[in-house]
Design a protein around this ligand. Structure first.
Ligand SMILES: [Zn+2]
Length: 278
């Protein structure tokens, strides 16, 4: 297994070098390519919700938020993964996946918007790209080449997918998470949406986590998004600084959200083996 992994890594590194990618500097074009290739792999591995009403709603909400950020120029794409596991993740270049478990727990539009704005901010700040740029040597080659080529699509190179996957889904630091919350908070306000949903959704997840423990569907969120309790405090602080009159003018919920939500609740059960954002 070990020598096979090295062989795949060596091959992948060669491809990355041939593509002219270095560890210190991923251009926006490369970032977009990376996300698209990784997304193609994910879509072979994860079941997606194929419901036009749900997908169009999530895309519209995501674009409403993303179009007000400094990276409005990206071709943002939003998908719903058909799993009860509560999680969401973003790929480089503006591809965001929201798990069905998030839609199931969001009771209002502003709660879903808070989660999406958080993921959008990870892309705005290029958190995964920065992590890759900081990685050393072969790992960068494997991660980038896996994503930019078909090298990982065969069984022999399966080990390299793990390496690539680790790079793309590397856990963000607490600093990254705090930044994504703070940026996400402003992203929702800029989109005309009430940021209170960010707070109430996190509180809801925390309550669920405390009730069901690490075996619950919400635990995935906490392992990927460290320090949730501190972050709730941060969001409360930010909220206290928004004038009440401004908060009142921001949208908390819409008919379109509730229509979408009813569709979600009427879907057949999600497949059990579906993975989290790992
Ligand atoms: Zn995050």
């Amino acid at each position: 297994m070990q020598h096979r992994r090295e062989a795949a890594g060596f091959l992948a590194l060669g491809v990355a070098v041939a593509l002219g990618i270095s560890a210190c500097g991923v251009s926006q074009q490369q970032e977009v390519q990376l996300g698209q290739q990784e997304s193609a792999q994910i879509q072979q591995q994860l079941p997606l919700v194929q419901d036009a009403v749900i997908n169009q709603y999530v895309s519209a909400l995501g674009n409403q938020i993303a179009s007000k950020t400094s990276r409005a120029d990206l071709q943002w794409q939003f998908y719903v993964v058909n799993t009860d596991v509560v999680n969401a993740f973003a790929l480089p270049g503006g591809i965001v996946y929201v798990n069905r478990g998030v839609l199931e727990r969001a009771d209002r539009m502003d709660e879903l918007a808070g989660v999406m704005a958080h993921e959008i901010e990870h892309v705005v700040r290029r958190h995964s790209v920065k992590q890759m740029e900081q990685m050393q040597g072969a790992n960068v080659g494997v991660a980038l080449a896996c994503s930019l080529t078909n090298v990982c699509n065969n069984q022999a190179a399966a080990a390299a997918i793990n390496v690539g996957g680790t790079a793309i889904f590397a856990k963000f630091s607490r600093t990254d998470e705090v930044q994504a919350d703070e940026g996400g908070f402003h992203n929702v306000i800029n989109a005309g949406i009430n940021p209170e949903g960010m707070l109430t959704f996190f509180q809801k997840l925390l309550a669920e986590e405390q009730q069901s423990g690490s075996s619950g569907a919400a635990s995935s969120w906490f392992s990927d998004h460290p320090g949730t309790q501190d972050r709730i405090q941060d969001i409360q602080n930010m909220l206290s600084q928004v004038p009440a009159s401004q908060l009142q003018s921001l949208t908390k919920d819409t008919q379109a959200f509730q229509t979408m939500k009813r569709r979600v609740m009427s879907l057949p059960p999600a497949p059990k083996q579906a993975a989290s954002g790992q």
